[in-house]
Design a protein around this ligand. Structure first.
Ligand SMILES: Nc1nc2c(c(=O)[nH]1)N[C@H]1C(S)=C(S)[C@@H](COP(=O)(O)O)O[C@H]1N2
Ligand SMILES: [Mo]
Length: 371
């Protein structure tokens, strides 16, 4: 073998060595990618079908990069740089736009879920983030993190595995207010460990079945004193309790759902035509109204907040079954307050005393009374 031959052999083995290293790197990278891309995102209800997208498929859409700030319920801010396709781009492929959707629900692998309402879909971008701060998503967060810039972190769902394109949320008109403060002591209650304290709770199913008039809606709407309004699936709501003593009460809590799905400081929640209202929360929410020697919530404000409209007369009912009626033109003479025993009470200025009720259970109106 000549010198020249050895040189060729060396060159060939060098090329081979480089080639082999490259090969094994490619193999390793492919393996990594397989792990990273293992998750799938399902979009359900696309013209009645479910669509499954792998992370690789999501990467084939145009990728956007955004600097975003998350704000949690405590007002804490965190900055991120996120990268991934826009939900709108993905929908476009199936001939849809988020602007036409009434609501969607993000569902995570850890059972967290949240409905994204129409106003958010109309006004905000939704990034299906595949990278945060230049890094692939961690185990708790992959395959996708939903990011909705300028909306609360409640919508920034980690471990996003499904997006349901829910049909229209049929809104039933409210026609009855039931006071949570009045029913809480008339429902079976139990102890509930809430962080450091032990508070009292009743089952959500109890209040709906005992005091609700209709059972056929599949959504509950909750409004908190910080103005957060959210819809929850009945199925999830029934997994929990209303905590009516201690911090943040009334609160929707559940040991079966992630804490992010709890709702603190409930002003009201509605189910079908019934609005379950907290007077104790309302006292801090509305400006104080004074009527003669009493302080509380103007009846008109309470009725407007609850969305009861169009009634000619409103029927007030006490826990003891006593009832009285008030005409709509007299609503501004009424005051709802808690008396010295903590009972929900109603008082009218310059109207017959038999309209004043202690232990007020409900106020209902009949719409289309004349039709
Ligand atoms: N999968 C999943 N995503 C989730 C939650 C959760 O419990 N599970 N909590 C949500 C809520 S309520 C908030 S405030 C933020 C918290 O985001 P962080 O963990 O990045 O601070 O994530 C949201 N996304
Ligand atoms: Mo949260």
């Amino acid at each position: 073998m000549g010198r020249r031959c050895i040189k060729i052999l060396l060159t060939v083995s060098l090329i081979l060595a480089v080639f082999l290293t490259a090969c094994s790197n490619t193999a390793k990278k492919a393996a990594d990618d397989a792990v990273e891309s293992s998750g799938k995102l399902t979009i359900s209800g696309v013209d009645g079908k479910d669509i499954e997208l792998t992370v690789d498929e999501l990467k084939s859409f145009e990728q956007v990069t955004k600097d975003v700030t998350a704000i949690d319920s405590a007002g804490k801010k965190t900055d991120y740089k996120v990268k991934g396709p826009l939900f709108e781009e993905v929908l476009k492929k199936y001939g849809k736009t988020q602007k036409d959707l009434k609501a969607i629900t993000f569902v995570a692998g850890d059972n967290y879920s949240v409905e994204v309402p129409e106003e958010v879909l109309k006004n905000r971008d939704i990034v299906l983030a595949l990278e945060v701060n230049g890094e692939p998503l961690d185990d708790r967060t992959k395959p996708v993190r939903a990011v909705v810039p300028d909306e609360r972190a409640m919508y920034w769902v980690r471990n996003l595995v499904k997006i349901e394109l829910t049909g229209s949320v049929t809104k039933v008109e409210a026609n009855r207010i039931v006071f949570i403060d009045s029913v809480q002591n008339n429902l079976p209650s139990e102890d509930y460990k809430y962080y450091e304290s032990t508070d009292r709770v009743f089952k959500t199913g109890e209040i709906l079945s005992k005091f609700g008039t209709s059972q056929d809606s599949d959504t509950i709407t909750l409004k908190a004193a910080d103005k957060l309004t959210k819809n929850e699936k009945k199925e999830n709501f029934l997994k929990g309790y209303i905590k009516f003593t201690g911090d943040a009460s009334p609160a929707f809590v559940s040991t079966e759902l992630p804490v992010g799905m709890h709702v603190k400081n409930i002003l009201w929640f509605s189910y079908g035509p019934d609005v379950f209202f907290s007077v104790s929360k309302g006292l801090g929410y509305f400006k104080n109204t004074a009527l003669d020697d009493k302080n509380g919530i103007a009846l008109k404000e309470l009725i407007d907040e609850s969305g009861l409209k169009g009634g000619e007369t409103y029927t007030m009912e006490g826990l003891d079954g006593y009832s009285a009626e008030v005409k709509s033109e007299d609503l501004d003479k009424g005051l709802v307050y808690l008396n010295d025993k903590g009972d929900v009470s109603i008082y009218f200025k310059d109207l017959p005393k038999n309209m004043n009720i202690k232990g007020l259970l409900s106020i209902s109106c009949r719409t289309n009374y004349l039709n």
